[in-house]
Design a protein around this ligand. Structure first.
Ligand code: SAH
Ligand code: SF4
Ligand code: F3S
Length: 463
């Protein structure tokens, strides 16, 4: 079979990263191999995100650039998948008539059929395939903990990913076992509300699932994201204390520190219940890293409500956080709420929030100086990827992550020309932290590596 090349541009969350991998797998039997360059591609797919206006614009500007390529090479097939495709469907073709294929979030298993149709017909007829498939069920991504039932008033996810569905634990376990067999070390269980896993279907609890995954031989680290505060159970808190492979880190988006705003957002918890849970979690597992998401300038957010958010950030002292200016989404109810905050004011509030967290992150990082952290090596440091000469010979700067997901850079002697390198991606190295920078840590390796090079890689995984 003739080899053809597939280029995938993935925008958005890890769910999309997971889906893009599936896209590459289902198109393999048609002869498609992945290429890192649009110039050599026969098929270009953009896997889109609809969470904020900016993410959506990113997809359209990429497609705009691809239109130019297609004018030079009319045989090129261009497809758009993911959450914007699901949201807009056929409307994409009116806006971007050069697009050959629009497919939503639940039809990845049908892609080979759609692409084949386009390949066969394209010499005499430009075939347009629209397949948002809102109620379709996809057998390849299976019953991933895909979708969301929470309907936060600002959010598009329930409309583009559908209702929450959880996969059977057996499927999850066997897929992870297979991944371990291929050398994967670090597994992340994914879902928009992953800690409500199994509730609706009456499967095992999420803590129960973690326990099963933790028991798999050959696994190094286990993570999960994202958790909804209302579903943070005591069992899950205890898992952080009891499961040896579970990284002591939870991403627990709060969005706002004001009860009035939380209510308008339909978040289903209060500032007080959130803070109680954080306190209990820290009692059970004092070393846990906690991160969060915030929205600045939700419709009607007053200065006083915003100050309550800043106060919550100071109270919790997060390890780090993501914050976004509120963005109207076409399907989400908040788009119709009154009292919209101006762009300038939203941006100003975002900046205040980020500046505050920067101080707190730096303080947290400084408190880690002197500690020894287990670092899972990801590769050579991006800033200094080359060798530096020292008195003793070549030194290489490596980069990895702590359990709490903090980036640690460290130097390590490397005599790879003559012998086995001292460190490789996939190793777990004990590093003594020497210096705290605002976004990363710097340290020196101490003690022996605890893992071997034949076990490496990380993988996100829709649970
Ligand atoms: N399921 C996750 C969130 C997924 S979206 C949860 O409930 O926590 C990731 C983040 O994007 C959200 O936590 C929120 O902070 C932000 N976000 C979602 N919709 C947004 C919107 N309309 N405008 C701005 N930020 C938004
Ligand atoms: Fe969106 Fe809320 Fe669901 Fe998160 S929990 S995906 S913010 S609706
Ligand atoms: Fe974006 Fe869709 Fe994920 S909207 S955040 S890619 S589920």
């Amino acid at each position: 079979m003739q080899t053809k090349y597939l280029y995938i541009n993935t925008i958005g969350c890890q769910m999309n990263v997971y889906d893009s991998e599936k896209i590459a797998v289902v198109l393999q039997p048609l002869g498609y191999e992945l290429t890192p360059s649009v110039d050599t591609a026969d098929l270009i797919i953009v896997n889109t995100c609809a969470i904020r206006g900016k993410a959506e614009q990113k997809a359209f500007s990429f497609l705009g650039r691809m239109a130019k390529l297609k004018r030079k090479r009319p045989g090129l097939i261009i497809g758009m998948g993911g959450c914007v495709a699901q949201q807009e469907g056929r409307k994409i073709l009116e806006r971007m008539p050069f697009v050959d294929l629009v497919f939503g979030t639940h039809v990845i298993s049908r892609l080979p059929e759609m692409v084949t149709r386009i390949e066969q017909k394209r010499c005499h007829l430009v075939d347009k395939t629209v397949y948002p498939g809102i109620n379709e069920y996809d057998s390849i991504t299976g019953a991933g903990s895909n979708g969301c039932d929470n309907y936060c008033t600002y959010c598009v996810v329930p409309y583009v990913r559908g209702r929450e569905t959880s996969r059977q634990p057996e499927f999850i376990l066997s897929e992870i076992l297979e991944l371990i067999g291929t050398g994967v070390r670090d597994v992340t269980l994914l879902g928009q509300n992953v800690n409500s896993y199994g509730q609706k279907e009456g499967l095992c609890s999420f803590a129960g699932l973690l326990e099963k995954v933790n028991a798999l031989k050959g696994l190094g680290r286990l993570r999960f994201t994202t958790s909804h505060p209302k579903d943070l159970s005591e069992d899950l808190m205890l898992a952080f204390r009891d499961l040896d492979k579970l990284c002591r880190h939870i991403h627990l988006p709060v969005q706002s520190g004001a009860n009035t705003v939380l209510k308008r957002m339909n978040r289903k918890y209060t500032r007080e219940t959130y803070l109680e849970k954080i306190e209990k979690l820290r009692q059970i597992c004092p070393e846990i890293a906690i991160t969060s998401d915030f929205i600045a300038g939700f419709p009607g957010e007053t200065e006083a409500e915003f100050l309550e958010t800043l106060d919550l950030i100071k109270t919790v002292e997060y390890d780090s956080l993501f914050a976004f200016v509120y963005s109207d989404r076409p399907n989400a109810p908040a788009a119709h709420f009154g009292d919209k905050i101006s762009e300038t004011e939203k941006k100003a509030r975002l900046q205040v929030l980020l500046d505050l967290q920067e101080e707190l992150t730096h303080k947290k990082n400084r408190s880690m100086v002197g500690s020894i952290q287990a670092v899972l090596v990801e590769g050579l440091s991006r800033k200094q990827p080359g060798h530096m000469e020292s008195g003793k010979g070549p030194i290489v700067q490596w980069s990895g992550r702590t359990e709490g997901n903090k980036i640690v850079n460290f130097n390590c002697a490397d005599d790879r020309e003559t012998a086995v390198p001292a460190v490789e991606a996939g190793y777990l190295v004990d590093v003594k932290i020497k210096r705290a920078l605002s976004h990363s840590l710097w340290g020196e390796p101490v003690g022996a590596k605890t893992e071997t090079a034949d076990l490496k890689g990380d993988k996100s995984y829709a649970a």
